[in-house]
Design a protein around this ligand. Structure first.
Ligand SMILES: C[S@@+](CC[C@H](N)C(=O)[O-])C[C@H]1O[C@@H](n2cnc3c(N)ncnc32)[C@H](O)[C@@H]1O
Length: 235
């Protein structure tokens, strides 16, 4: 069963704009638990998210809902919170789309740090993009048009990826692409163990992928995206 974002599950017992079927899974038999470090980083990021204002990103949008400032419920403030807490030298995003998460991640990116956003579609070709040419700055912010799930393409970017300290993965949510990316990421020798944030982990199609992760992990859906926000700390 694979539901895309804007679909409504026909048997939804409540009338809402978006509804997806998911399952409640027992926790005691999940092999992975959050480490103390992941718990601390997460609690600090949540505390920061409460204070973060993403009006500068919302102003780029033509009409509501202004997702970046909707929190909890949307993940943008939490993403910015993680950047504020982790102070990463390099952030990697996979899935640029209209640029909402790219600009949110960039909002508190320290001076001298950089963000690389990957997509298979150039941002200029995305309808409703909020990105502008000036958002891409030498030595600071780039979009790279590449499909990292292709092993040879991944290999070509491996050295660049090894610098990532925060990685945000927001692609197709079928659980298959995410699994491919995760398996390839496991071949990288990171300079510093990254924090990896996965969007949409509550999608039915993502449940198995998320469950199978054995690194320290935490489901932060209540403080992130309603469709599921999962965070892992690399091991
Ligand atoms: C849900 S959107 C990302 C939304 C964005 N991160 C945000 O929160 O504002 C998913 C994006 O992933 C891109 N995508 C799909 N497959 C991909 C792949 N293999 N590599 C990189 N990007 C991919 C799509 O083109 C699309 O722009």
């Amino acid at each position: 069963m694979f539901f895309r974002k804007k679909e409504v599950f026909p048997e939804s017992p409540v009338k809402v704009d978006n509804a997806l079927p998911t399952m409640a899974l027992s926790s005691h038999d999940d092999k992975a638990k959050p480490s103390k470090e992941l718990m601390n980083i997460s609690l600090d990021a949540i505390a920061e998210a409460r204070k973060i204002d993403l009006s500068s990103v919302c102003k780029r949008m033509k009409a509501p809902p202004f997702y970046p400032n909707i929190w909890p419920g949307e993940h943008y403030k939490l993403l910015a919170g993680f950047v504020k807490v982790c102070k990463p030298k390099c952030v990697v995003e996979i899935g640029t789309y209209q640029g909402l998460s790219l600009l949110s991640l960039k909002e508190h990116l320290p001076q001298g740090s950089k963000i690389l956003s990957f997509d298979v579609v150039p941002w200029q070709n995305i309808e409703g993009t909020i990105l502008k040419e000036e958002d891409f700055e030498v030595n600071r912010s780039y979009q790279i048009v590449a499909d990292l799930s292709i092993p040879s393409v991944f290999e070509a970017h491996k050295r660049m990826l090894s610098e990532a300290e925060v990685i945000f993965i927001d692609v197709t949510h079928d659980g298959i692409l995410e699994e491919k990316l995760y398996t390839l990421l496991k071949t990288v020798i990171f300079k510093k163990e990254p924090l990896i944030i996965f969007d949409d982990i509550r999608f039915f199609s993502m449940l198995k992928f998320w469950r199978n992760i054995v690194d320290p992990k935490i489901d932060l859906t209540s403080f992130g995206h309603w469709s599921g926000t999962g965070v892992t700390l690399w091991q």
